[in-house]
Each structure stands twice: as structure tokens, then as C-alpha cells.
Design a binder for this molecule. Structure first.
Ligand SMILES: [Zn+2]
Length: 422
């Protein structure tokens, strides 16, 4: 069984969350041939329906009862296109057919009119992968296509398509699919297939699919096999490596306390449960985004607001920078665990914007504060005392120094540790 294929929309009305695209296409189909283009570009993130819509448009154009706003889905042409078996609708993967030779091949074929249908249609997926030479060869055809020829391009990365090509296509930008829409669609599929799923599991699965309905359906299928019964929220989190929010709540307690050892132990406990540094990082970025939104008053999550309010926004921003650094470091796949530990240490030992503020204001609070905490960093105290003296009156200057010192202190912290360390 292959759920994404089995439940691929057979009609425009079944397409989820792309009404803006569907309406325009259906209007053109209704108004007749002169409104129909000969080159279309569908852009959008993965799994939102780009090739599905291209295929539906191909069906609508070549339907024996069309061109129609909605393909009948029953005639020979509709059925063969749906099965990917139509001789007049050719699907090409741009990633593996990216060279000039493949495009020359296509140009050779398009000299012959369609065999059984109104239009000869080429659907090129991941079209941004074509080489410059291939695009140039394609361009000549796009400038003067035979009347029976239609190109449909799909891409996740429209910026990589030459401007000359972009100017000759009708472009449709597809949206990521919202969590609610994915929940609705998954629920319908699960019911039709008799797959028992807890509502909470459905929500977690939908959130994790990042707007891709195809990914969500693939995961639903995997989970069905994995759980062997009712799919629970715990199944989803385990299989997908989703770290529970409780983990991050506790991590932020350690960060608030500047408890580096506690934060490291907490990370260890997560990795010991089989989660990867990548799982940790993905969750951390998500959690920080929630905190930032809460900090800006854009979230109704009271728990997030409570945690966010315990930190100055400068600290949250600095944590986010560290998390994004970690994400890019992990791409090299060298020592992922060490990178994750390094990031946790950086967060726990980061000089707080509040401390620096106080230091600049000449407050003695910081000293008392540091003495009270065994995990505080000596260099921070020393610097803080040094910085306690100057008190520039000018607000802009003060801000500038504040920003500058924040980085300087952090840099010194690490160079000093490096020098003393093994
Ligand atoms: Zn039909």
C-alpha cells in the first residue's frame, strides 16, 4: 500500500489548501483555449501538491469530455494520466534528466503531435536542476511552441530558474498546508483505511510534517506498521524523534540558573534515551521560536509566556543564534554530540543581557548575585566589575557599548577557557 498515491486527489475539489491556484486554473479552463497557457510553473515546498495539480490540469486539458473545469476521471485519457501511463503526458524528473541531451531528446519528440489526445504535455519535476545549457535549449521551444504542446514545471526552488524562462511561464505559488488541514485529511484517510489513531497523535503527526501532506501520509503508514494497534502520541514522538516540550522546559530551568553541569546532564539523559543531536536541535529551534513569539505577545501558550518572561529577549535571541549555529554545524555530520554539548554550554554560560545592563548601570547587585551562585563564571564577574565604572549618559552610545561588550565578554570567556583547558 502507498497512501500518498492511493489518496492522491482525482479532482480539483479534492486538492487541499491551494484554492487560489485551483480557482485560477479552473477559470482559465472554463473560459476556453485562448485563456490557456502553454507553459506553467508550480512552485512550493515539498509535498504540497505541485505535481498533483499539474497532473489534474493535464487531465482537465486532455479529458475526452473536456477541456473541462473538472476532469471526468473516468474516460480513457483521465484514467491513463492518473496511472502515469498516458503516452501524451510525459513526466520527467529534472534532477536525473538535467542535461542538454535529455532536452534535445524532448525537442525531438515534440515535433510529433499527440497520439491520442488534444495536447502533448510534459511535466518536468524539480526543473531547477536543469543545466544552463538545457534551459537555453528549452527556451527556444518556449518562445514558439507548437499549438498542441504544454509544459508544466514544478520546483521547490524557483530562484534557480533563469529569468528568461520565468518570463515565459504562468507561475503558481503553492502554500504549505496548515496543521488543521493536514489533521482533517489524515483523519479522513485513517477512517477510510480503518487505522485507529488517537486525536493527540494525529495532531503531533501533522505538526511534524511541516506542511507536507505527502510526508504526513507516508508517516501515517509507517506508524501503522510501527504501532501494531492504535497509534498513540507516544508512538509518533518515538518514531519521529520528536523531543517532548517538557524536556526543553527543564533545560530552560537550568539555563535560568546558569547551571551548566545540570544542563549537560539533562542533555545526556535525552541522548541516552536514543534521541539524536539532530532531534534535540530541531526541537530546540521550535521551542525557542515559541518563546520568542510568546515574548512578543504573539502566543496564547501561557506556559511559553511564563518561561519567555523569565528571560530578557536579548538572551532568547542569543540562544536562537546558538541553536541555528548548532543546526549548521550538524550538517557536517562530524561529532554531532560534541556540537550539541558545546551549544548547551554556550547557552548556559552566556553572560545575561540583564547582568550586563546592571553592570553598565553600576549596580553592585551583580556581585552579590554571582557570589550566591556556584556555577557563575569568574571572567564574567571580573569583566562586570570593570564595566561597572563608565556610565555614558548618551542612550545610543550606551546601547552600542552594551552590544559590543556582550560579544567581547563571550569571546573572552571561550579563549580563556581554551587556554586553561586540556
Ligand atoms: Zn476524462
Amino acid at each position: 500500500m502507498n497512501l500518498p498515491v492511493k489518496y492522491r486527489p482525482r479532482k480539483f475539489t479534492d486538492v487541499v489548501n491551494q484554492e487560489h491556484v485551483v480557482r485560477t486554473l479552473q477559470n482559465a479552463l472554463r473560459l476556453g483555449p485562448e485563456r490557456l497557457g502553454q507553459a506553467y510553473l508550480f512552485t512550493g515546498p515539498r509535498g504540497v501538491g505541485k505535481t498533483t495539480i499539474a497532473r489534474l490540469l493535464a487531465m482537465a486539458l486532455n479529458c475526452e469530455r473536456g477541456p473541462a473545469e473538472e476532469p471526468c476521471g473516468e474516460c480513457e485519457n483521465c484514467r491513463s494520466i492518473a496511472q502515469g501511463a498516458s503516452l501524451d503526458v510525459i513526466e520527467i524528473d529534472g534532477a536525473s534528466n538535467r542535461g542538454i541531451d535529455e532536452i534535445r531528446n524532448i525537442k525531438e519528440q515534440i515535433r510529433f503531435p499527440p497520439a491520442y489526445s488534444r495536447f502533448k504535455i510534459y511535466i518536468i519535476d524539480e526543473v531547477h536542476m536543469l543545466t544552463t545549457e538545457a534551459f537555453n535549449a528549452l527556451l527556444k521551444t518556449l518562445e514558439e511552441p507548437p499549438s498542441y504542446l504544454v509544459f508544466m514545471f514544478a520546483t521547490t526552488d524557483p530562484q534557480r530558474i533563469p529569468r528568461t524562462v520565468l518570463s515565459r511561464v504562468q507561475r503558481f505559488d503553492l502554500r504549505p498546508i496548515g496543521v488543521h488541514d493536514i489533521v482533517d485529511r489524515l483523519t479522513a484517510v485513517a477512517e477510510a483505511e480503518g487505522i485507529p489513531v488517537e486525536p493527540e497523535a494525529m495532531k503531533a503527526l501533522s505538526e511534524h510534517s511541516e506542511g507536507s501532506l505527502r510526508d504526513a501520509l507516508v508517516m501515517l503508514e509507517q506508524l501503522w506498521v510501527y504501532s501494531g494497534g492504535t497509534i498513540t502520541r507516544r508512538d509518533v514522538l518515538n518514531l519521529l524523534g520528536v523531543v517532548e516540550k517538557d524536556f526543553y522546559r527543564q533545560l530552560f530551568v537550568h539555563l535560568k540558573d546558569r547551571d551548566a553541569a545540570g544542563a549537560l546532564r539533562h542533555l545526556d539523559s535525552l541522548l541516552a534515551r536514543g534521541y539524536t543531536p539532530e532531534d534535540f536541535t530541531r526541537g530546540l529551534i521550535g521551542f525557542l521560536s515559541e518563546l520568542m513569539r510568546a515574548k512578543m505577545g504573539l502566543s496564547e501558550d501561557e506556559e511559553a509566556a511564563r518561561i519567555a518572561n523569565a528571560f530578557p529577549k536579548e538572551d532568547l535571541l542569543a540562544y536562537a543564534n546558538i541553536a541555528f549555529d548548532l543546526e549548521s554545524s550538524l550538517r557536517y555530520r562530524i561529532n554531532p554530540r560534541a556540537w550539541a554539548e558545546h551549544a548547551v554550554l554556550r547557552m548556559a554560560l552566556l553572560p545575561s543581557a540583564v547582568d550586563i545592563e546592571r553592570a553598565l548601570a553600576g549596580s553592585s547587585e551583580i556581585l552579590a548575585n554571582d557570589i550566591a551562585k556556584p556555577m557563575s563564571v569568574p571572567i564574567r564577574k571580573k569583566k562586570a566589575q570593570d564595566e561597572a565604572k563608565p556610565q555614558p549618559q548618551d542612550e545610543a552610545l550606551r546601547k552600542l557599548i552594551e552590544t559590543f561588550k556582550l560579544e567581547e565578554i563571550e569571546d573572552e570567556l571561550w579563549t580563556d577557557e581554551g587556554r586553561d583547558g586540556p
